[in-house]
Design a binder for this molecule. Sequence first.
Ligand code: PLP
Ligand code: COI
Length: 341
Amino acid sequence: MSKNIDWSNLGFGYMETDKRFVSNFKDGAWDEGALIDDPMVTMSECACVLQYAQTVFEGLKAYTTEDGKVVCFRPDLNAARLADSARRLKMPVFPEDRFVEAVVKTVEANLDYVPPYGSGATLYIRPYMYGKNAVIGVKPADEYEFRVFCTPVGPYFKGGAKPITIRVCDYDRAAPHGTGHIKAGLNYAMSLYAIVDAHNQGYDENMYLDAATRTKVEETGGANFIFITKDGKLVTPKSDSILPSITRRSLMVVAEKYLGMEVEHREVYFDELKDFAECGLCGTAAVISPVGKIVDHGKEICFPSGMDEMGPVTKKLYDTLTGIQMGRIEAPEGWIKVIKE
Ligand code: PLP
Ligand code: COI
């Protein structure tokens, strides 16, 4: 029985659900793992994750489709990205096929929390892993925990599909040593000061520029950028120091193969922004959130699509992507993992 939740009014928050998946790595091997009830984690006060932030995570969603199935979107890409993140922090890789299996098991065990089709909500799934044993010298842990929990969520930005305002950020987001392309807790910790500062000043998000020259557009704290040119091309920044967004990679295919658009994945200079017709943020949590305005130290760049609604090309991308995710439009081979028929 579906839970009695006011799905349409959910924000992007955490709600405890019934089960979570846990597997432990010890003596060089992962155990078989299990679904458990207890949402609390207990560990050493000196755990590597607590002292040296040895933790990485993923985010993906499960959807109820138009015909009542429960599916998730490209979980194999999240598995591969978590493996990359783990390798960069000297953590053992959780096998990619087992990652997908753990996601499926977690959703199956919490089916009552999967929001109904058309409610505007989805089930956000959070796989993650961390170094668990006590470590006091700076070195990786020997014992790790891999977990998956899920929680029903609504839109990431308040106001749903209303365009947001972002500001050019003076801080660098990624922790040093080239970790910007992985989903490590430390990168997000490094963005907390900037996001609170942005919100305090009335902005919804930060636009990070490349740290070396501060001339190129990177991404925001939780999403990649997409831009639409006046002649209808999709342009999206290429950089080794941004997260390789699965939504962005999917949109590049959607634009080209479903909408017949030209796609440019390249360096995007800040100076070009004034020439674009539309701008959006894309990600699992953000889906596609339109950006109406970018503020650069008091100077405003206003996109012609305005502050009232999503631009027309962004809307087409949004409708096609969510149509694929919710089963209204046929997906490319391998994009949809069915969890419940
Ligand atoms: N960039 C950052 C920093 C993120 O946290 C996310 C969210 O996962 C994204 C981009 C979008 O990635 P994806 O589309 O894989 O969710
Ligand atoms: C996601 O979109 O899954 C993210 O991780 C973004 C944010 C919630 C951290």
